[in-house]
Design a protein around this ligand. Structure first.
Ligand code: PLP
Length: 386
């Protein structure tokens, strides 16, 4: 081996955070209260252009809160993508509801045409409610995932939402910093367009607090409710009165102490991600049989993860062989997630015309993309790809 191991996606942390950590230790504010929580929430809200953000323990917890405050009930159905990390889907089950799986299109995000077709042909629209013809259950919401930071077609989705009176949860856990450059949502950030949006600060996300999440919405009532449920639904802090079943989902001040620093560096991380993407692009354009997937036009994507499609006939080896080869060479690469509709807990759930997702599951590989990946390291990866 003539190079250091190159990981897929690792945190980009700075010792600047030590000042903050020191303060949490000296003041004793290490748990779910303290100034860093407020500061991180305010900074995040300001960054994505909303009035307020509510922090929580993880993106998964945020998605759970989102479904809860939007009134998803047992027996309801929620439309979800099959191309996603499973955490976008599991919270539907936490609510006792059932997911229906949709295909992706060539952006890897949910196929809006198929979504519309499904609602049009497979559902009845009765008294403002969408009823699934097959299950006779009500479909209440759609979870849209901006996969790998690539903004979904929110214009189309919001038209569908209005037409069918559905709720939209934006799983923006991979898309913090992505926004639209044109159209109705010009200048709007992923996560701030649907009814409620969720970010994640897990260690492999674009910024990290070790673990953590944030819920945003333009609907203050929903946020109040989310904040309340995240602290065990505590109605009175002195007498510990609780009027509902809540959760212990609030972010800690230690996590937020990372966050206040990380979010200041987010734009510089995105800059590096875009630079490295363009370096990969230039090189991969000249490699027969490999294609680097583009991000949606007219958006400023955060370029979180880079995806390459392997055409076995032209490239000579197939995706799995390339994966093995790179990983053996200490270049950490990964296939697309196994499709969720084929995973054990979801085998009995409905899925609709899933085709494209199968292709990407089979032929896609994610390349190293950390925001501290150097130009030289990109060069090393490219040499192995050739
Ligand atoms: C990371 C991720 C989540 C969950 O976030 P955590 O903070 O790890 O709980 C949810 N959905 C998608 C698409 C993700 O990539």
């Amino acid at each position: 081996m003539d190079h250091n191991p190159i990981p897929l996606s690792v945190p980009n942390l700075s010792l600047d955070i030590m000042e903050n950590i020191k303060e949490t230790i000296e003041t004793g504010w290490v748990s779910t209260g303290g100034r860093f929580i407020t500061e991180f929430e305010e900074k995040t809200a300001k960054y994505v252009g909303v009035k307020r953000a509510v922090s929580c323990q993880s993106g998964t917890a945020g998605l759970h809160l989102a479904l809860k405050v939007l009134g998803i009930e047992p027996e309801d159905e929620v439309i979800v993508p099959t191309v996603t990390f499973i955490a976008a889907v599991n919270p539907v089950k936490y609510m006792g509801a059932e997911p229906i799986f949709m295909d992706c299109d060539d952006t890897l995000d949910m196929d809006m045409n198929k979504l519309e077709e499904f609602l049009e042909n497979e559902c009845d629209y009765i008294d403002g409610k969408v009823i699934n013809k097959k299950s006779k259950r009500q479909i209440k919401a759609i979870v849209i995932v901006h996969v790998f930071g690539n903004p979904a077609d929110m214009e189309k989705l919001m038209r569908i939402k209005e037409k069918y009176n559905l709720k939209v949860i934006e799983d923006s856990t991979e898309a913090l910093g992505s926004y639209y450059l044109e159209g109705k949502y010009k200048g709007k950030y992923c996560g701030t367009i649907g009814d409620i949006g969720v970010y994640s600060f897990n260690a492999n996300k674009i910024i990290t607090t070790g673990g953590g999440g944030m819920v945003v919405s333009n609907n203050q009532e929903l946020l109040d409710k989310a904040a309340y449920l995240a602290v065990q639904a505590k109605t009175d802090p002195l007498y510990f009165v609780h009027d509902e079943i809540g959760y212990n989902y609030r972010m800690t001040n230690i996590q937020a102490a990372f966050g206040t620093d990380q979010i200041d560096r987010l734009e510089s991380f995105i800059e590096t991600k875009i630079r490295n993407y363009n370096l990969y692009k230039k090189a991969i354009e000249n490699i027969e049989g490999l294609m680097l997937l583009p991000f949606r036009e007219d958006t400023r994507s955060n370029h979180w993860f880079y995806s390459v499609i392997v055409d076995k006939d032209k490239y000579g080896i197939d995706r799995d062989e390339l994966l093995r080869k790179l990983n053996n060479d200490n270049i950490q690469t990964r296939p697309l997630w196994s499709l969720i509709h084929k995973q054990k807990p979801y085998l009995n759930n409905q899925s609709y015309k899933i085709e494209k997702a199968e292709f990407y599951e089979k032929n896609l590989i994610n390349l190293p993309c950390s925001s501290n990946l150097s130009k030289e390291e990109v060069g090393v990866v490219v040499e192995k790809l050739k």
